[in-house]
Design a protein around this ligand. Structure first.
Ligand code: GAL
Length: 419
């Protein structure tokens, strides 16, 4: 079988093909995803090659739009019209919401045959199960509370990588004086909230983050700490450029790659862009915990749910895809390209860079220390209706020249009640 397999994937395809995968019942899997940027597309190619190596056909259903809002809108219309794709990038509480609709295939047989319960951290396997049964397969662990920086730009500005928010604004001011855009940002509500939740974590700490943004506790959402979070968050806007509104996240990352901007607050899918551009961590770019969050880890686990379909060969292809995603070969090649770390425990991190190794170490340390928190911006924490409403409230505050922090807090409290 001629596979249009990129060179970097040939070892993976070889390993799987050598495993003597039965090509007898070739099926087709239509996969809905939103991985269309440079790094994301290379990682998605690894997923496609994995399925093809098992003798099945990948039907690509890519819906561009970072963060996945557009993809989820398209998914809903496909399912409502009775034409669900075989697999879709669904994660966090949305797995429960789709599971309740009775449209997701049960993956317990694959999970049991491949010991997922022992290979996954419980914080992850719990998210993948609906009423105790596996309804999705996890792909990776992204860390969201990262700061990316261009070392050349920092040098030009005689500035240092900030470790807290006071230092952040000193560095931002120095970059501005050097004529470099201090913060690369794209004005979409999930990007605004990605920045906002890192500020909340850095200013308020993990316990405040969990109470305010995960439990949506009204007293925390309207508090002196939240007021400080909002004012710190809004102050960042003064260090972004006028073309930020509507900019895609990966174009913001490209500004840091080119040295036009000094820093970006973004999850480590941004590292996938640096890697795809041939940049080296510690040389061409720097990674550091977002200011004040070195002892915390905002997790974002990508996963795929399989929809119930009738065709037996395609059902087999779905199960083969789920099994392959959790296999060590895929876990390595996918995450090396995606910028995330493997979700499978006890993986050899030898081929991963220092950013990934720090992420892997911190994932374990924060799970034990209480600093491991779910990302709201990336659909890991609250029901989708409330998530959408609080994202809009935060973006309205970011975009308004008139809204006060007090008014923003009232809107957050109201948004948190959205069902
Ligand atoms: C996140 C997703 C990541 C990455 C990012 C930008 O929600 O989990 O895998 O794709 O959006 O699109």
């Amino acid at each position: 079988m001629k596979l249009n397999t990129p060179t970097f994937l040939r070892p993976l395809v070889g390993a799987l093909a050598l495993a003597g995968c039965a090509f007898a019942h070739a099926g087709e899997v239509e996969v809905l995803h939103y991985w269309t940027s440079g790094g994301e597309a290379k990682a998605a190619a690894a997923l496609k090659a994995t399925l093809q190596a098992k003798g099945h056909t990948w039907k690509d259903f890519a819906v561009a739009g970072g963060g996945g809002d557009s993809a989820m809108t398209v998914l809903k219309s496909r399912v409502v019209s009775g034409n669900a794709p075989a697999a879709a990038q669904i994660k966090g509480p949305s797995i429960q919401e789709w599971g309740k609709e009775g449209v997701l295939a049960d993956l317990d047989d694959v999970a049991k045959a491949n010991s997922w319960d022992t290979l996954l951290p419980k914080v992850v396997s719990d998210v993948m199960k609906v009423k105790g049964h596996y309804a999705a397969v996890p792909v990776n662990v992204h860390r969201v509370n990262w700061l990316w920086a261009n070392p050349e730009a920092l040098k030009k500005a005689n500035a240092k990588l900030p470790t807290n928010w006071d230092e952040f604004f000193v560095t931002a001011e120095a970059l501005k004086k050097a004529g470099i855009t201090p913060v690369a940002h794209g004005g979409q509500n999930w990007q605004d909230f990605t920045t906002f939740e890192s500020v909340a974590l850095g200013v308020g700490g993990a316990d405040f983050y969990k109470k305010a943004l995960v439990q949506l506790d009204a007293a925390s959402l309207k508090s002196a700490t939240m007021e400080k979070v909002l004012t710190t968050f809004k102050r960042i806007k003064g260090y972004t450029d006028k073309n930020a509104p509507g900019r895609d996240w990966n174009l913001a990352t490209a500004m840091v790659i080119r040295g036009e901007a000094g820093m970006q607050l973004m999850g480590d899918w941004a590292k996938g862009e640096f890697i795809a551009a041939g940049k080296k961590p510690g040389v061409d770019f720097l990674c550091a915990a977002a200011p004040g969050t070195a002892n915390a880890f905002t997790f974002n686990v990508d996963s795929f749910a399989m929809f119930k379909i009738k065709n037996e060969a395609n059902q087999k292809a779905q199960k083969d895809l789920a099994a392959a995603i959790m296999a060590p070969e895929f876990q390595e090649v996918f995450n090396l390209n995606k910028g995330s770390i493997p979700v499978r425990l006890n993986m050899d991190m030898g081929k991963f860079d220092d950013c990934a190794k720090l992420s892997s170490k911190d994932f374990v340390a924060t799970a034990q220390g209480g600093g491991l928190v779910p990302s709201i911006a990336h659909g890991m924490a609250v029901p989708s209706a409330a998530e959408g409403a609080i994202k809009d409230a935060v973006s309205n505050f970011w975009n308004s020249d008139k809204m006060t922090a007090a008014e923003a807090m009232d809107k957050l409290v109201a948004a948190a009640r959205t069902k």
